[in-house]
Write a protein that binds this ligand. Structure first.
Ligand code: FPP
Length: 248
């Protein structure tokens, strides 16, 4: 039997994506911004499939930020309708592919039917363990840190290792830190996404508007990530992110 040497390739355990550029994609075509979000949903499908097939275990998507409440009412309503229909339409395939769906963010002000769909989808997919697909809705990194701090203090600020114990109060409790953060649409900022969780993430900014993103660009992103030397504040590259941070 021929001996095959599998080249070890560093795959990010946790990829987070700021899916930006839907509005400009639509405006460039003389279409409504909501059309851009619908086209963005197609790109989202493609990204989830591709990254799950590559073996990425956690994928977090920024779908609606705390600040997006400030958009025109029609756009916000169109987004909520899109989320409801997307959850309904995509859930069976996600379950079939072994993907667990989890929502992070302040959902209290969402329409009741959206809140119901979110909880049902989380329950229906909870036993899946191939990938955890985290959808950030009503999410802000500062909101997350403040809600965690409140609960942590209320519990008497427990823990010998304050950083890892505090992380258990964030909405991403139990998930690894972000390894690779991708933002499409040409802007180069984090926009209040996973502020704590992306402390050591490699940042990849792509000019392509989200609806135009291809599997090939995502593949290039993974290849770029594999070429990065992650040092976590040390001199030599670290083999394992969490180990390095723990030991630092
Ligand atoms: C940012 O583009 C995109 C959003 C605020 C919405 C993203 C939502 C989707 C892609 C649908 C995904 C659905 C699920 C359930 C995950 P923008 O409007 O800020 O674009 P612009 O910067 O060009 O204005």
């Amino acid at each position: 039997m021929p001996v095959t040497h599998k080249v070890p390739q560093a795959l990010p355990a946790h990829v987070a994506i700021i899916m930006d550029g839907n509005g400009r994609w639509a405006e460039a075509r003389g279409q409504q911004r909501a059309d851009g979000h619908r086209a963005g949903l197609e790109a989202t499908r493609l990204a989830v499939r591709f990254l799950a097939e590559q073996g990425v275990r956690t994928l977090t998507l920024f779908a609606f930020s705390s600040e997006n409440w400030g958009r025109p009412r029609e756009e916000v309503e169109a987004l909520f309708e899109l989320f409801v229909s997307a959850i309904e339409a995509e859930l069976p395939e996600l379950v079939e592919r072994g993907i667990a769906l989890r929502f992070i963010g302040d959902r209290a002000s969402f329409p009741p039917d959206l809140q119901t769909r979110m909880s049902e989808a989380e329950q229906a997919s909870a036993d899946n363990d191939r990938m955890c697909l985290v959808v950030a809705l009503g999410y802000g990194g500062r909101w997350d840190i403040v809600q965690a701090a409140r609960r942590w203090v209320a519990d008497g600020a427990p823990g010998a290792d304050a950083e890892s114990d505090f992380a258990d109060y964030l909405s991403t409790a139990g998930l690894p830190d972000v390894d690779l953060l991708i933002r499409t649409g040409g802007e180069r900022r984090i926009s209040n996404f996973l502020l704590w969780q992306a402390a050591y993430a490699e940042l990849l900014f792509i000019d392509t508007f989200w609806p135009d993103v291809t599997a090939d660009e995502l593949r290039q992103g993974l290849t770029w990530y594999a070429s990065r030397q992650r040092r976590f504040g040390r001199v030599r590259p670290a083999e394992d992110a969490r180990e390095a941070v723990r030991d630092a």
